[in-house]
Design a protein around this ligand. Structure first.
Ligand code: SF4
Ligand code: SF4
Length: 288
């Protein structure tokens, strides 16, 4: 789909988790600007994170990953048996390594505004649509609450609001974009962990940042959802992570769940033709 002369440059978010301080100003700004109702608040008993997940009433979620730094092969002078024993001992001691060895990773998660967005493909009412900024938005006055899009999203972003049955998610502040304003979360972030801008320019900035972190010794720094080779054809909202995506609760190999649909429909069509041909042949044969 194209908007002709109304089409704008693709915009998105580059979330640099290496500078996130977990203040949750982005979550608050998102709620305030979009008038999102209250959500669960309180200790889960698992983490200092009090919002837990993305859902219909939490469109930005700052994940707190509090964990013991796993020992690497270097810690056992190359002896993996020693490393495994040390890891096991640390686990028995309440998950703490002898020297503490804890780390906190923080990452502000959001809808990825996928290039190949399965949510949009399965929506029967057109409530989900791609904007002129190449972002993915739900129109609340069109959504009928069928929920088809909920399991289609490979990131578990979509959720129905209990009170009205409709689906709600990040709009990348579509209303603000139309006024040439940056999204509320990016404006509120005090460390520039959330950066908003033209997608290509953000990608260039993100790649330079990864190189710089690697030079500083952070060998595991990497970009997530930055390339067209991934299962969603790259995301409008991509991330700089300091470890594997799974550590942050993100799927390592997300795939557009409608990717195989054309192939499936081709197979169904061929099967239907074969059945039709068989029935016709039987009918003609029976008349002879
Ligand atoms: S598939 Fe999920 S992550 Fe991708 S645009 Fe839709 S809701 Fe967002
Ligand atoms: S506002 Fe910025 S620093 Fe604070 S939690 Fe959100 S992303 Fe992290």
């Amino acid at each position: 789909m194209t908007y002709g002369p109304e089409q704008r440059e693709r915009v998105g978010f580059f979330t640099d988790t290496s500078v996130c301080i977990g203040c949750k100003a982005c979550e608050v700004a998102c709620k305030e600007w979009n008038g999102i109702p209250d959500d669960h608040q309180g200790f889960t008993g698992e983490s200092y994170d009090n919002t837990s997940e993305l859902n219909a009433n939490t469109w930005r979620h700052v994940a707190f990953v509090e964990q013991r730094v796993p020992l690497s092969a270097d810690d056992g002078e190359g002896d993996l048996v020693k490393v495994a024993a040390a890891n096991e001992l640390a686990q028995e001691n309440g998950g703490m390594a002898a020297d503490g060895g804890m780390r906190w990773l923080m990452s502000s998660d959001v809808c990825k505004h996928c290039t190949h967005a399965a949510c949009l493909d399965v929506c029967p009412t057109g409530a989900l649509f791609r904007t002129e900024f190449d972002t993915v938005v739900v129109q609340e006055d069109v959504c009928n609450g069928c929920g088809y899009c909920v399991p289609a999203c490979p990131f578990g972003v979509l959720d129905r609001r209990e009170e009205d049955g409709r689906v709600w998610k990040c709009t990348l502040c579509y209303d603000r974009l139309k006024d040439d304003r940056e999204p509320a979360c990016a404006q509120a972030c005090p460390t520039d962990s959330i950066q908003f801008g033209e997608h290509d320019e953000l990608l260039t900035r993100a790649r330079a940042r990864v190189e710089s972190l690697k030079e500083q010794g952070l060998a595991d720094a990497r970009l997530y959802l930055d390339g067209p080779g991934d299962g969603i054809g790259a995301a409008g909202a991509f991330f700089l992570l300091l470890d594997e995506p799974e550590v942050y609760g993100l799927p390592p190999d997300p795939v557009d769940t409608t990717f195989d649909l054309p192939e499936i429909w081709r197979a169904v069509g061929a099967a239907a033709l074969a059945v039709g041909a068989g029935v016709a042949a039987a009918f003609i044969g029976g008349r002879r």
